[in-house]
Design a protein around this ligand. Structure first.
Ligand SMILES: Nc1ncnc2c1ncn2[C@@H]1O[C@H](COP(=O)(O)OP(=O)(O)O[C@H]2O[C@H](CO)[C@@H](O)[C@H](O)[C@H]2O)[C@@H](O)[C@H]1O
Length: 804
């Protein structure tokens, strides 16, 4: 016989007269707790009065004991020392009343069960199975709450404390909506609560079904923008107060039931659009294994970046004079294109806010218009919005951004600064103004992720304009360092372009031997952000050194407590040889681990053909990247005489410094049969080189993370890298004795070292085919996806959330 008392959510009170374990200390019952001990044993047994009384009339809204009218009379009498029997009529009335409540309760449970069944059947037609079900017991009559408790405390729950089978089983499809971590957390909170064991299955918990169904609307609390400790999970929730501790959880579980829209996007706040982007056409979807969800950590996240693939990703020559080096960013666009999707897959509601450089077909004008003042001038801003792959994209439109996609960081220093000021001012208010799927993000439970100096003003504005004034109190900001070499430097007078209170100037002032006393946007952002992330562990360490910190190492050391290195992932949909859209024409082919040898050979021949190189079996060395000091192109230049003496082909794709571009052209002219120097920015060619080359060269002088080596390994292309920053983190050196490792590394930025590493690599390619294949396969078999990184980002965002 199932007992309602089995639900761990329902405080247990053993009601056999001899074993009543109510404890006045834990329940605050009041001074005369054992009043019912005076009741005749007969009355208790025949009417189960003890249970009814306790559970139906004696537990107050705060879980305290409250007395029903008849009991009060009894109590009074007993106080007076009168031990007369309880009035039969009063007892009967109480019993009748309780039966009615019980009937209503059952009815309600039935409704819950029906809803679950409906959802399960919908899910079973739309969701792929294949998940490991072992951790989700398939008990057929368990209330969800009970199940989770069972997982945790199975021994305890062997005692038959299960709920009536009117409730459908907790199916695996429901897993995303009832995150184990959340449930376990709630449970552990409850473990400390007093327990009352209801042995009688006829005893209803103290519930007002009308209220309960009304309070099912607490569904909104799951996505409540308030921090979770202020949300309905709190022990002090109104539900608990009104209905007794034991009834809150069923409502919440009901609230977390998946809905149709949730099927298509984990983000439960998005309405109809969910169905539109269900990813049915995505060939990867079937294979994609759902990562664990964020559970109780779910929050609203807005990633703010000056570029976002595929809409904007820098590649054109930058003529900026705001940075120490006149170079481009490119990897930032890739990260802004991929990390948000991974965060959304974990269940967060995620938006990317980026400038609207061109007319993006997917983005629709929201009609929202706002005006922002930049350096004394008003600018009107429009917001365009799209929803793709579970992510909201909000493009901030103003005439300053138009047609800048080829020169995102181009123009004179003041122009760039004005663009970034306007962008950050507009971005920080996006959660207030821009409805996505009809609902604004709001500023509660909100985390901004700003990226590099371009958006380092955002944490500063968040503080100066809002948090200092009691606004956006629950909003947090994390600043990601993709490249510390670009800092947004200028003369101190630039401070007056950023429209901040005078006393904020100190945040921006920095002195170093390179710039003297100057204005430094990155410095202010690093100091103000709640958390700092950089894109690898190695780079996190380098940033703290005077060589790697580029003048900001002092600030970074001071803020070390909030710095964390998280290695980038890659977009395994964009960069996957099996589905790469750039490998479907011109003789290229898609390939996988199984078809690696034939597929790659075909891509190699296609690449040679496309670039006019001799088509033969010779190692192809590739290089893709910005042509600048960072990427070590000069080391390649020094090694060229040695390289052309080898039987190899070298293909370089890049754009950047004019002198280095010229050098590329020159190499090609001089070594027509061996070298191709492609000056320009071509995503298609980058993909094709990655697929067709055997070796990818990355002699970067510094490399915060590096994406190309990750792409290369995913395509079975073996990297040869300078062991710095993220390159050291991600390319374990080949060990021929153990047949382990992923590529070759060299430990200082010297052409001799490069040649040595590359020489060993070529030797292995030619002489040790098995080892070579092992290297390729190990590279391809890694999980390079963003899922792990997204989980780490989530930890950072959660840490920021609870930081005051
Ligand atoms: N000519 C060209 N044509 C086509 N595509 C081209 C190209 N030149 C570069 N790319 C592409 O641009 C991206 C550059 O990625 P990197 O990691 O090298 O980034 P970058 O140094 O710009 O970014 C910074 O941010 C990223 C992201 O955090 C860090 O990985 C990195 O270390 C840091 O310097 C890659 O997708 C690459 O294929």
């Amino acid at each position: 016989m199932a007992s309602i008392g089995s639900s761990p959510l329902i405080p247990r009170c053993k009601t056999e007269s001899s074993s009543v374990i109510l404890n006045s200390r834990s329940y605050h019952y009041g001074p005369r707790l054992p009043f019912f001990s005076n009741l005749p044993r007969k009355a208790l047994q025949s009417t189960r009065f003890g249970s009814l009384g306790l559970c139906n009339g004696l537990i107050s809204s705060r879980g305290q004991l409250r007395r029903t009218k008849p009991l009060r009379a009894i109590d009074k009498d007993s106080e007076a020392g009168d031990t007369r029997d309880v009035s039969e009529d009063a007892l009967q009335a109480t019993i009748e009343k309780s039966k009615k409540v019980l009937a209503m309760q059952r009815d309600l449970l039935q409704q819950i069960a029906e809803r679950r069944k409906l959802i399960s059947s919908i899910k079973s037609t739309t969701v792929d199975s294949g998940e490991d079900e072992s951790s989700y017991e398939q008990g057929d009559s368990f209330f969800p709450n009970t199940r989770i408790i069972d997982d945790k405390n199975s021994a305890e729950n062997q005692k038959g404390r299960t709920l009536s089978s009117t409730v459908a089983p907790f199916t695996k499809e429901q897993k995303p909506e009832i995150p184990p971590s959340a449930a376990i957390k709630e449970f552990s909170e409850r473990e400390n609560e007093p327990e009352i064991d209801l042995l009688n299955e006829n005893v209803p918990p103290q519930v007002d079904p009308v209220k309960q169904s009304k309070d099912s609307s607490l569904v909104a609390d799951w996505s409540n923008p308030l921090p979770s400790f202020l949300s309905s999970n709190s022990k002090a929730s109104p539900l608990k107060d009104e209905m007794g501790v034991n009834l809150e959880k069923p409502s919440l579980q009901l609230a977390k039931l998946p809905t149709l829209k949730d099927e298509n996007k984990v983000n439960s706040e998005e309405p109809s659009l969910q169905l539109v982007h269900d990813g049915k056409d995505d060939p990867l979807k079937e294979e994609a294994k759902l990562p664990p969800l964020a559970g109780a950590n779910v929050m609203n996240v807005i990633l703010v970046a000056a570029e976002c693939a595929p809409w904007s990703k820098t590649g054109a020559l930058c003529t900026s004079d705001i940075d120490v080096l006149r170079v481009l960013i490119g990897g930032l666009g890739d990260v802004a294109g991929a990390l948000p999707k991974a965060l959304a897959r974990r269940g967060h509601r995620v938006m990317v806010a980026a400038p609207h450089y061109g007319n993006y077909a997917e983005a629709k004008d929201t009609g929202v218009r706002k005006r922002y003042r930049v350096a004394g001038q008003d600018f009107e801003v429009a917001y365009f919005q799209a929803y793709i792959d579970g992510v909201d994209y909000v493009f901030i439109d103003t005439h300053m951004f138009h047609h800048m996609e080829q020169k995102i960081y181009g123009g004179n220093r003041v122009d760039i600064l004005r663009r970034m000021v306007l962008f950050c001012k507009a971005a920080v208010e996006v959660p207030w103004h821009v409805p996505c799927g009809g609902v604004c993000y709001g500023d509660g439970n909100l985390a901004f992720i700003a990226n590099d100096w371009h958006t380092a003003l955002l944490p500063v504005y968040l503080k100066a304009y809002y948090r200092d004034n009691g606004l956006m109190t629950y909003t947090r900001s994390t600043l990601v360092i993709h490249n510390i070499a670009h800092q947004g430097r200028g003369p101190v007078e630039d401070f007056f372009l950023v429209d901040l209170p005078e006393h904020y100037i100190d945040l921006f002032k920095l002195y170093d031997p390179v710039g003297g006393e100057h204005f430094n946007i990155f410095a202010a952002g690093l100091k103000t952000a709640d958390r700092i992330v950089t894109v690898s562990h190695g780079y996190a360490w380098e940033l703290k050194t005077s060589e790697g910190g580029w003048g900001l190492h002092g600030i970074i050391n001071e803020n070390d407590w909030k710095l964390r290195g998280i290695v980038n992932g890659i977009d395994t949909k964009e960069w996957n040889p099996q589905y790469d859209v750039h490998l479907t024409t011109d003789g290229y082919t898609n390939y996988s681990l199984e078809t690696l040898q034939t597929g790659k050979a075909q891509c190699k021949a296609a690449l040679q053909k496309e670039l006019g190189l001799p088509i033969r079996d010779v190692p192809i060395i590739g290089f893709i990247g910005r042509l600048d000091q960072q990427k070590g192109v000069d080391l390649i230049a020094e090694a060229i005489p040695w390289m052309v003496g080898q039987d190899v082909q070298l293909i370089m794709l890049g754009t950047g410094r004019p002198d280095l571009e010229q050098m590329l052209r020159q190499f090609e002219i001089q070594h027509q049969d061996k070298v191709r120097g492609w000056v320009g920015f071509s995503v298609k060619t980058a993909h094709r080189i990655t697929a067709g080359a055997d070796i990818l060269l990355m002699p970067s002088r510094f490399e915060p993370c590096g994406l190309n080596q990750l792409y290369a390994m995913n395509y079975g292309t073996v990297p040869v890298v300078h062991a710095v920053g993220g390159l050291r983190d991600t390319v374990q050196p080949f060990n021929p004795f153990e047949e382990s490792g992923l590529g070759w590394t060299f430990d200082s930025a010297e052409s001799g070292k490069l040649i040595h590493a590359l020489g060993n690599c070529l030797w292995t390619y030619r002489e040790y085919k098995k080892s070579w294949e092992g290297l390729q396969r190990r590279g391809m078999m890694q999980d390079l996806s963003w899922d792990k990184a997204a989980q780490n980002y989530e930890e950072v965002l959660v840490a920021a959330k609870y930081q005051w």
